[in-house]
Design a protein around this ligand. Structure first.
Ligand code: FAD
Length: 316
């Protein structure tokens, strides 16, 4: 079922979360062990992230060498297996980076065969050695172009042919939003202008980057509504789990941590205590957002679920 239908049918705020595929070659069992305790909170959908990896390609004669980026395997297989095991909708994150438009089309065709109804359309970040995101040759430069490709596909308009059928995909499309603006954007207003462009092209809902100050989320939603965005906006919540997050999260996700949260984490004597602070902060955030009537609370699990379970127990 589409995310927008889950939201329309719900009488109260829904619970959802995102998982990261295990590293190449590992078994899926640990992922299941982390998902199992969260199923009692009845997530209508689970997101599965996609990431890129870099490697050096050398041809058989050792003559030709280049740095290549490709998507890491796992996302679609994990979506299929979680969907089958738990009977829950799964949402693959589809990236511009690392994909040609043809590869994107093949991936989406596979999603359709697997009965996947939703996809999250994202640009992806710059690779380590790049200052700015560089599109893959033959791929998209912005998530909006990816949204456009998915919308065309939903009408049977493939890249190189048009398929006349009533049976084509009808993906519900999620896109990313940034309450504290995207790092490359000159201002929040400009960023929301481009967010609106994604919605105007056919995006059905927005999931936000993590934030730790609800006021930033409320102001973002107000401005987005004022600028004409009317699709559901789902807040993304990440509980702080280790002391290192104090540096890492602002640096990687360009989110500002509130002073009381920083002080509480700094006062912790070990990471067990930090984890507890993170849980309590996320519970407070979640309760306020729920009371404000957000459609879904979406949690970034980062592979471990004990803290998400504790939060969900207190909030749902
Ligand atoms: P875009 O919407 O393309 O925006 C990128 C930047 O370009 C923004 O600054 C925007 O303002 C600007 N912009 C947009 N369109 C235009 C235009 N036409 N002209 C000029 N400027 C424009 N990354 C992963 O690698 N894997 C994941 O699984 C993943 N999941 C995510 C899930 C969520 C909920 C979020 C919030 C982010 C996720 N990301 C993921 C990170 C995301 O890929 C990065 O934040 C990336 O830098 C931007 O992606 P986007 O889809 O927002 O890009």
């Amino acid at each position: 079922m589409k995310v927008t239908e889950h939201i329309a049918n719900a009488r109260e705020t829904l619970f959802s979360f995102e998982v990261i595929p295990p590293l190449k070659g590992r078994r899926i069992d640990e992922l299941y062990r982390n998902i199992d305790p969260l199923m009692e909170f009845k997530p209508p959908f689970i997101d599965v992230t996609t990431s890129r990896e870099e490697y050096v390609y050398i041809d058989r004669d050792g003559l030709y060498e280049k740095q290549v980026t490709r998507m890491r395997p796992g996302t679609l297989g994990i979506c299929a297996s979680i969907k089958h095991k738990y009977d829950v909708d799964t949402i693959p994150h589809v990236l511009c980076g690392g994909f040609t438009k043809e590869e994107t089309e093949y991936l989406l065709v596979d999603c359709h065969y697997l009965g996947i109804d939703n996809v999250m359309a994202l640009r992806g970040d710059a690779m380590k050695e790049q200052k700015y995101f560089e599109p893959t040759q033959g791929g998209h430069a912005y998530a909006s172009e990816l949204v456009d490709q998915i919308v065309c596909l939903n009408k049977g308009q493939y890249l190189h042919d048009v398929v006349e059928t009533d049976d084509c995909s009808d993906f519900c499309i999620g896109v990313a939003g940034y309450p504290e603006k995207h790092l490359e954007s000159p201002s929040l207003r400009t960023d929301i202008k481009w967010l609106k462009h994604k919605v105007d092209l056919g995006a059905d809902y927005i999931v936000t980057q993590m934030f730790f100050d609800n006021q930033k989320f409320f102001e973002f939603v107000d401005l987005a509504r004022e600028m004409g965005i009317d699709v559901p906006i789902i807040p993304g919540i990440k509980p702080i789990a280790v002391k290192r997050h104090l540096q890492l999260l602002p640096q990687v996700f360009r989110t500002e941590l509130p002073e009381p949260l920083i002080e509480a984490v700094e006062a912790c004597k070990d990471n067990k205590a930090v984890r507890q602070v993170g849980i309590e902060w996320a519970i407070e955030q979640s309760r306020e957002l729920k009371a404000a009537g957000v459609p879904v609370l979406h949690y970034y699990s980062m592979g471990k679920s004990d803290n998400i379970q504790a939060i969900a127990k207190a909030v749902f």
